[in-house]
Design a protein around this ligand. Structure first.
Ligand code: GAP
Length: 477
């Protein structure tokens, strides 16, 4: 039974130290969130799982970590300055700013109807106040701006820079660096994980849509005559398997083929993997939101950033670039711009999906309902909690602390004696700790401890000398 709605996770996340509203001591900052002690571990575990899967376990992918702030020209030739827009609409009545493509249209709207006309005909309502007095949509560039250099004035165009809206461009501009230093032949990929920033008009729904977020992107470079659409399907399949391996239920994942008129400026085909973030909505179609997208980006980016391509009149399309990012294929003695398949996933959206899917409730014999977070062991922030049965017995406390110290080099373990054993178990269940290890009076005699399983609540006795190996075996994905 996954979480009934996102709000259930918001409250669990705050109560248990996963995610806190940001800047709370100053009244908060809309749609900004801080990851607490457990949240940072969960995020790191998601990123590590992704990195291990792509960069370590495969033989055809390298990693990079590029700057967040790149030369502004990157965003000119990537097309983001001209086209990275959302259609902005204002409600004249309550002054709310809205995204035209997210407005709810009247139920009898014909397919393909133009939102601009519907707004003009006053058929679209402001979701905030219900007024139909809305402005016509106008493009709003979503890149967050900053200025570089101590001496720069705020409006100095030569000092203007952007916080990257996608990690992908840092990969494209390093394509040749990676290909030549690592002596790579096509096909091969470059992966990057890191922060991206977008000045979203309507952020919200907890960590689903924020202005600062993390992406896990991979650009897979292939030949121009590869079967690009088939490769998109193959990557979709592999990511579906990866998400299921992280614990997401198949019934909560679906695919969405992005219609041609909604494709990003660089894409010939995009398939989104959707997650059921809104199970409470009666209309099944409205339960889904994008978890990630897999796009066929053609050779658009490498070509755009290269100094060679020319227009019909022979004029260089990019007079600012100093390099040609083409690839020489030794086997066929030809030079070309590789084409790209791009799986682009969000860390925060993955974390939210993982938390929602892991949420479950169980009633004990006393009739009390407990929350159990059935996180996959590889993602659980804490793998084992070491609990003394009697905190006033120095020998038991000493042994429990020693057990914790002995486990810490091989897995993330904590010691806790801040409540009765029932409360301690409940606390660990709620944060998804797969195992509780209890040290009792008997342990002092037989050098053994009780290991309790989070999901079954079954207990078994294990020798302290075997404990690390025993837990490691059980924690293996
Ligand atoms: N390079 C391609 C690209 O950036 P995208 O579909 O715009 O594609 C990829 O973004 C993923 O990044 C999304 O599927 C989502 O998981 C995440 N993402 C995008 N915008 C986000 C936002 N405002 N807040 C949280 N995650 C976001």
């Amino acid at each position: 039974m996954p979480a009934p709605n996102i709000d259930t996770i918001v409250s669990l996340a705050k109560r248990r130290g996963f995610v806190f509203p940001s800047s709370e001591v100053y009244g908060g900052l809309g749609s900004a969130w801080d990851y607490g002690p457990l949240g940072v571990e969960l995020c790191n575990n998601v990123k590590q799982s992704w990195w291990r899967w792509l960069v370590y376990e495969r033989d055809d992918i390298e990693g990079v970590d590029s700057s967040i702030i790149l030369n502004r020209t990157v965003w000119k030739y990537s097309g983001h300055e001209a086209t990275f827009h959302d259609p902005l609409v204002d409600c004249r009545e309550c002054k709310t700013r809205l995204r035209a493509d997210k407005l709810e249209l009247p139920s009898d709207t014909a397919e393909g109807a133009d939102v601009v006309n519907l707004i003009k005909e006053k058929l679209v309502k402001c979701p905030n106040c219900g007024s139909t007095d809305l402005t016509e949509p106008r493009p709003f560039n979503m890149m967050l701006r900053t200025t570089l250099g101590a001496a720069s004035a705020d409006d100095d165009p030569t000092a203007l820079a952007y916080l990257r809206p996608e990690t992908a461009q840092g990969i494209f501009i390093n394509f040749l660096n990676v290909q030549t230093t690592m002596r790579r032949k096509l096909p091969f990929g470059i992966a990057q994980v890191g922060k991206s920033f977008r000045n979203e008009i309507t952020p919200g729904n907890f960590i689903l849509r924020t202005r600062e977020f993390e992406q896990m992107e991979m650009e897979y470079f292939v030949k121009p005559d590869a079967e690009h659409f088939k490769l998109v399907d193959e990557w979709v399949e592999q990511y579906m398997e990866w998400f299921v391996g992280l614990g997401l239920g198949k019934e909560n994942l679906s695919l969405h083929e992005v219609p041609p008129n909604e494709l990003a400026h660089y894409s010939k085909r995009t398939v989104d993997i959707m997650y059921r973030y809104f199970p409470e909505r009666p209309d099944e179609e409205r339960q889904w939101e994008e978890l990630m997208g897999i796009a066929y980006r053609t050779d658009f980016d490498l070509r755009s950033h290269s100094n060679k391509p020319a227009d019909e009149e022979g004029k260089r399309v990019n007079p600012d670039s100093t390099e040609d990012l083409s690839y020489f294929d030794e086997a066929i003695k030809q030079r070309f711009y590789p084409h790209v398949i791009e799986p682009a996933a969000g860390v925060n959206r993955t974390v939210l999906a993982v938390l929602m899917d892991a949420y479950s409730e169980r009633t004990n014999e006393k009739g009390e309902t407990r929350v159990i977070l059935k996180l996959s062991p590889q993602l659980a922030p804490i793998k084992a909690a070491i609990l003394p049965l009697a905190k006033n017995k120095p020998e038991i406390v000493g042994m429990a602390k020693a057990v914790k110290r002995s486990l810490q080099p091989v897995l993330r373990a904590v010691y806790d004696d801040t409540g009765g054993i029932g409360k301690l178990y409940a606390r660990q269940d709620e944060i998804g700790t797969p195992f509780c290890v209890t040290v009792d009076h008997q342990s002092l005699e037989d050098e053994a401890v009780t290991v309790r399983d989070r999901d079954t609540w079954e207990q078994e006795r294990v020798k302290v000398s075997d404990l690390a190996e025993h837990l490691q075996k059980k924690l293996k994905p």
